[in-house]
Design a protein around this ligand. Structure first.
Ligand SMILES: [Zn+2]
Length: 266
């Protein structure tokens, strides 16, 4: 091999971690859009097996060591759903049925979740503390509300935005107590949510539902039932892992569906 070829070969060898990293770029999303904690560690850099002048070796070592390792995002893709927070009935002073309510923001669609985090922060700046009453809702839980009457829901199982991670119920907290009947306070919260592009249940009459916010980007329930999620609006933050995240959410949701009945306290 000619010396110049040897050098090229050595550089390619030395820089191979760069190509491994390149494969993790957005080019290949959603198949490998993020480095998961459970993926294999990156290959070790093998020292070049060809004899090179010292200066060339040093240059290669320098170029390898200057590659910053990507931060490892640890995502539990198996049991993450077990970590989701939930509350029992009467946690906020109202009868919400025997099945527990999932209150974890991680159970929501990523774009909607970010809007809710904003809503909670915006309300906090106004001196309003919001508690999360319910985020994702299983079919079984939706069915329970349906049997409890019209003031709980007008939607049957599979037809609430909660069942697609696209709705949330909140309540303002004052002096550690949930305040359900302060219309002026609800209005401030509702307007704050609408400013973020959310649909507010305080505008509804059947049922009037001021703690409810949802985001569907105009997508009808029939589209959601058919498995199609709303598109993230242009000009907002990019979500390179959206498809992967939704796939994982769907799996977690179905895990909850099968486990929720065992958590039921009558
Ligand atoms: Zn709701």
């Amino acid at each position: 091999m000619r010396p110049s070829l040897k050098l090229c070969f050595a550089i390619v060898l030395g820089c191979s971690p760069f190509f491994v990293n390149a494969q993790n770029s957005q080019l290949f999303s959603p198949f490998d859009c993020r480095k998961y904690g459970e993926t294999a560690p990156p290959e070790e850099v093998q020292p070049a097996k060809v004899s090179l002048p010292d200066s060339a070796v040093l240059a290669i070592i320098y170029s390898v060591s200057s590659i910053e390792p990507e931060p490892l995002i640890v995502v539990d893709t198996l049991d993450g759903w077990k970590e989701w927070s939930y509350v029992e009935n009467y946690s906020f002073g109202k009868d919400r049925g025997g099945m527990p309510m999932i209150t974890d923001l991680n159970a929501l669609h990523p774009f909607f979740r970010d809007r809710i985090i904003e809503l909670i922060e915006n309300c906090k700046e106004k001196g309003i503390e919001l508690a999360i009453v319910e985020t994702y809702r299983t079919h079984a839980k939706q069915h329970e509300y349906k049997t409890m009457g019209k003031k709980y829901t007008s939607s049957g199982a599979g037809r609430s935005k909660h069942q697609y991670g696209l709705a949330i119920d909140v309540v303002p907290i004052m002096d550690s107590i949930a305040v359900w009947d302060n219309a002026a306070l609800w209005r401030k919260i509702g307007v704050a949510g609408e400013k973020l592009g959310l649909r507010w249940g305080g505008r509804w009459r059947k049922p009037y539902d001021p703690g409810h916010f949802e985001w569907t980007s105009g997508q009808g329930t029939h589209n959601l039932v058919a498995g199609s999620f709303p598109n993230v609006p242009h000009g907002t933050k990019h979500y390179p892992c959206l498809d992967e995240d939704i796939r994982l959410l769907k799996r977690y949701w179905s895990e909850w569906e099968t486990s929720q009945s065992s958590l039921t306290r009558k």
